[in-house]
Structures are given as C-alpha cells and as structure tokens.
Design a protein around this ligand. Structure first.
Ligand code: 5RP
Length: 293
C-alpha cells in the first residue's frame, strides 16, 4: 500500500477537461457496463438532459415518521409527475406508492440503527437481491460511513451489493453519510466520493460543499446531490444550481421538497434547474409564481 504521507505533489483535477472515456453511452463512466444496466441507468438519468431528479423519502428507515412524511400515501403522489426516481424503502413503496407511476426506483437496501442509537454507522444489507429484482429496482442504495466506527462494515455492504447487482444488471448507488464523527469538509467529501466508485459504486450521492467542481471531476461516476436539512426555498435552489453548474448529474432531495411551503411548486423549480438549465433566480421566480397561484 502506498505511504499515505508520501503524496506531496499538488493535485490537478483538470477541471477544464471533459471526462475522457465517454464515447458510446452518455452516463459518466458507464460506457462498458452491460446492456441491462444501461437501460436501468437510462431510467434514472434522462436521455434528453443526462440528469436526474430523485425524490428521497426513505427517512423512515431510521427516523420513523419524519416531519413532512407522516403520510407517504398522501404526500408523495402529488410530486411524482415532476421527478425521475423514487428513492425509498421497499416497505414505503409497496404500502404507499402505486406501481403504475412509471418512475425509476432507487431502492434503499441498507439498514441497521434507529435514530435512538448514538452511533448510526453500523448497518447491514436488509434486502435480498431477489427482492430488489422483484421490486424492479433501477438501482440499490447503500449508506456508507467513511471515517466512522462502522466504516469497514459499510464498505463491505457496498461491495457485496455491487457484486449482487452485477449479476442482474442493477447499479448500486453509494450514499455518503455525514454524522457526528464525520467532518463536512471538501477534504472529507473528496475522500468518500472517490472511495465509493473505486469499490464499484455506479452512482454516488453526496452533499454539496466548497470546491465541488474538484469533487465531481475526481469522481468517475455521476454524482447526485443530497438536499440535507430544510433550507429556505431560494437557498435550496441556489445550492441545486451551483451543484449542477459544478458537475453534478442531478439531485436526490428529500426535506427541501416535501417540507417546502409548497412541495409541488418546489419540485417543479428543482426540475427546471436540473433538466432545463434554468438559473436559481429563474427557478425561484417560478416557485413563487406557482405558490402564489
Ligand atoms: C441519508 C439519505 C436520505 O435519503 C437523504 O438524506 C434524505 O434526503 P434529504 O437529506 O434531502 O432530506 O440518503 O443519507
């Protein structure tokens, strides 16, 4: 193993150069995956824009009923038309969401602790690959905890999910967790967002941070940006705009949509930025226009 103190040369992310291995298929780094996996990736990243709007409503897997998600069956259907991917648990989907929505599914497959646990970093894989196939998952989402007590086990979960998914052509999305023990610096996110694709993740979900363009440049697969805690709508749209301008392939937002003053207006504003190159200002004006109708 290389000496970890031995890299003294300044890093060069070649921000000005597009990803080089891109011919043949439009999703970053996925040129050489199998046909079936490409169809699933195409259901996530829209062929027109190459981008995705994922709606994360899997919070119940460790939080129980979250503010804004007390009733999945009531809250989620009105926003479904404006998203590309439902990111959820198998229980949430089977019980509350119609299978006829036509949307891709990012199936949460890791689990292990509730929010009552001091250390949330110890997860296992709680969904079999057979059930992911039965759910017609377009990808499987695994939480990873770089820098936390459960780091090794979470990377083991990721690797095993990648292996299982490869058998059936289902991509794996590695989710970068932040928590008490983990710093939210670009140094931390750079480490995490590179480890996961090196271990085989096909998509990485992470948080927006400083020097984000270096993070997206150094990550050889698409990055989708998590929303995080609820922000005022204009700030959330600015974060979304900056992330897209700095190389993200989409968003995977939860609370900033379903806890919005107007979730249906907010999801449309996010969609404008992600798919139609709208600026944050244009999207916010559109949000206000819809909200005041
Ligand atoms: C946890 C997750 C959750 O799906 C995600 O955090 C929820 O989205 P948001 O933070 O936007 O409410 O992946 O890491």
């Amino acid at each position: 193993m290389a000496d970890k103190d031995g890299f003294k040369v300044a890093k060069n992310y070649h921000i000005d150069k597009p990803f080089a291995k891109q011919g043949g298929f439009y999703v970053k780094g996925m040129q050489d995956v199998d046909w079936g996996m490409k169809t699933r990736l195409s259901s996530i990243f829209q062929p027109g824009s190459g981008h995705t709007v994922m709606l994360a409503f899997d919070h119940g897997y460790f939080m129980g009923s979250t503010s804004g998600l007390e009733r999945l069956d009531v809250v989620i259907p009105p926003v479904i038309d404006y998203i590309d991917v439902l990111m959820a648990t198998r229980g949430g989907l089977r019980t509350c969401i119609s299978p006829s929505s036509g949307k891709a599914v990012a199936l949460r497959v890791s689990c292990g602790s509730s929010m009552l646990d001091e250390d949330l970093s110890h997860e296992v894989i709680g969904v079999s690959i057979e059930d992911a196939v039965r759910m017609n998952a377009s990808c499987m989402a695994v939480q990873t905890f770089i820098g936390a007590d459960g780091e090794k086990d979470s990377l083991d979960n990721l690797c095993k999910t990648v292996d299982a998914g490869l058998k059936y052509g289902i991509p794996t999305m590695g989710v970068v967790a932040v928590g008490k023990q983990m710093e939210r610096t670009s140094h931390f996110f750079k480490l995490a967002t590179r480890i996961l694709p090196e271990l085989g993740a096909h998509i990485v979900k992470t948080y927006y941070c400083d020097k984000f363009e270096e993070i997206t440049a150094a990550c050889p697969v698409p990055i989708v940006v998590a929303g995080g805690k609820k922000l005022p709508e204009d700030e959330a749209l600015t974060m979304c705009y900056r992330a897209m301008a700095e190389g993200a392939a989409g968003v995977d937002m939860g609370r900033n949509i379903f806890q919005s003053l107007d979730p249906v207006a907010m999801v449309q504003a996010v969609n404008m930025i992600v798919h139609k190159n709208a600026t944050d200002k244009e999207a916010y004006e559109f949000f206000l226009h819809l909200k005041n109708k």
